[in-house]
Design a protein around this ligand. Structure first.
Ligand code: SPV
Ligand code: MG
Length: 448
């Protein structure tokens, strides 16, 4: 998208920046005040509308796209012009526009936005062009509350499905967490940390064949059928709003895969990953310790193409997973396959590795990106777990999947508690290892 802005204007400017995703009376109040200031100086109100990636850099991707939000805001008579603000920081736009006034609610004096505010003050003072106006915050209404209410109402199938593509366009890397039940998905949905003023949370869920099988006490050999796995996903979707990526193993026979694609789309799954293996599939982390056969490039391309033809929505993604490094076939083979799969219609590539070091994945990323700057790349750093998601993103990966950690963590905790009850012949000693019943009751909406 072209985000260039017209900077030269003789008319004095009142500048307001907003996400304007859930427009409410608090926004209108700010805009009315900006309008009054503009009218006093015969100026114009310029809205710096935060782009999707500017918003995604500090919170969830907005419900409405930039273009949709722009259409809404341009129709307001309070605003003369809408321009993009491509970062959370106002600095670039203030330097370009040299506004007479910048208007923002006074709520940003404390908390995560205080740094942004200070930067506005510093830039205005350096340029000597204007001043900051801070009307008092409108109590009783906020985007955060509206967002929480919207979440409680739920999300439509299509809105959830399409979120993944929007996230990929707006943010890098995405962090995706394995979920094998509604309760594990609730954790992945709600957990967050605040780091240097930025709220970090998981962007979506991974439905792992390994943990979906393990939680049913079955081996990871495509033994759990799609219907059973979709039941779990439906339970997850009942209580969450984030997008989900589905691990479809080999995708099965082409004739079956086309039906799976439609079932996944109908459920609201955003992407399916199929791996280029054939015959009895075993878990990749076993590598060549077990017999595993890689599919031919031609046959796997046919599967991708058939899947792409079968899908009904525009947004559903088919991601091709390359097992060449797992099966020790080398970089050349992995790269040849990656480019062939993209040619066949794959919407993304997953490169897998079971090395402790990230080096072979980093080499793949750098060589693939030299020829293809845009196709999204997925990595699963289960073995090479010392590299951070941020570093993998810098190296060219778009999606980082933490593929099995919630199940592995719960197993350790459950075993310890079960043994503790036997050891002490009562539960008093292990209470501290358990969530309290009170917490359980307050965790799930609708319990009380
Ligand atoms: C899974 O989570 O089931 C995967 C990733 O396919 S891996 O187990 O590393 O093969
Ligand atoms: Mg799997």
């Amino acid at each position: 998208m072209d985000y260039s802005i017209r900077t030269t204007t003789a008319t004095p400017i009142v500048y307001v920046a907003m996400s304007a995703d859930l427009l409410h009376p608090g926004h209108i109040n700010i805009l009315k005040i900006a309008r009054e200031y503009a009218d006093k100086i015969s100026g114009e109100v310029v809205l710096g509308l935060l782009t999707d990636s500017a918003i995604a850099s500090y919170k969830r991707v907005p419900y409405m796209s930039y273009e949709q939000r722009k259409a809404v805001m341009e129709s307001l008579s309070l605003i003369d012009r809408v321009i993009p603000q491509t970062t959370l920081s106002y600095e670039a736009n203030i330097r370009a526009l040299k506004p007479r006034y910048v208007v923002h609610g006074d709520d940003w004096k404390v908390g995560a936005q205080a740094k942004t505010r200070q930067n506005v003050l510093d830039t205005l003072s350096e340029l000597g062009c204007g001043e900051l106006v801070e009307p008092s915050y409108t109590e009783g209404i906020s985007s955060t509350q509206l967002n929480a209410d919207a979440r409680a109402i739920g999300i439509s199938t299509n809105a959830r499905l399409s979120t993944l593509r929007r996230l990929i366009a707006a943010k890098k890397p995405l962090r995706i967490l394995e979920t094998h039940s509604a309760i594990s998905a609730l954790i992945a949905q709600n957990v967050f940390v605040q780091k240097e003023g930025v709220r970090l949370e998981f962007d979506g869920f991974w439905s792992s064949s390994l943990t979906d099988s393990t939680s049913r006490g079955k081996p990871d050999i495509e033994a759990v059928e799609l219907t059973s796995r979709l039941n779990t996903i439906n339970e997850i979707f009942e209580v969450t709003s984030k997008p989900l990526i589905y691990d479809a193993d080999t995708g099965g026979k082409i004739e079956h895969f086309v039906f799976s694609v439609r079932s996944l789309e109908r459920t609201g799954v955003s992407a399916v990953i199929i791996e280029d293996k054939t015959g009895l599939k075993k878990n990749s982390l076993l590598g060549n310790e077990v017999a595993q056969t890689q599919d031919s490039i031609e046959d796997f391309c046919d599967k991708i193409t058939a899947g792409k033809r079968a899908q009904i929505t525009q947004d559903f993604m088919i991601i091709a997973r390359i097992e060449s490094l797992i099966l020790e076939k080398g970089q050349e083979d992995a790269l040849r396959r990656a480019h062939a799969y993209v040619q066949a219609g794959a919407d993304g590539i997953m490169i897998h590795s079971r090395q402790k070091s990230p080096n072979e994945v980093l080499e793949f990323l750098s060589r693939f990106r030299a020829r293809d700057a845009h196709t999204p790349i997925v990595v699963v750093p289960t073995s090479f777990n010392t590299i951070t998601a941020h570093e993998l993103g810098e190296a060219g990966a778009n999606i980082i999947i933490y593929a099995n950690h919630l199940l592995r963590a719960s197993f350790v905790a459950m075993k310890e508690v079960a043994e503790g009850i036997l050891r002490h012949d009562r539960s008093a000693e292990i209470e501290g290892r358990c969530m309290s019943v009170g917490e359980i009751l307050s965790l799930i909406p609708g319990t009380i």
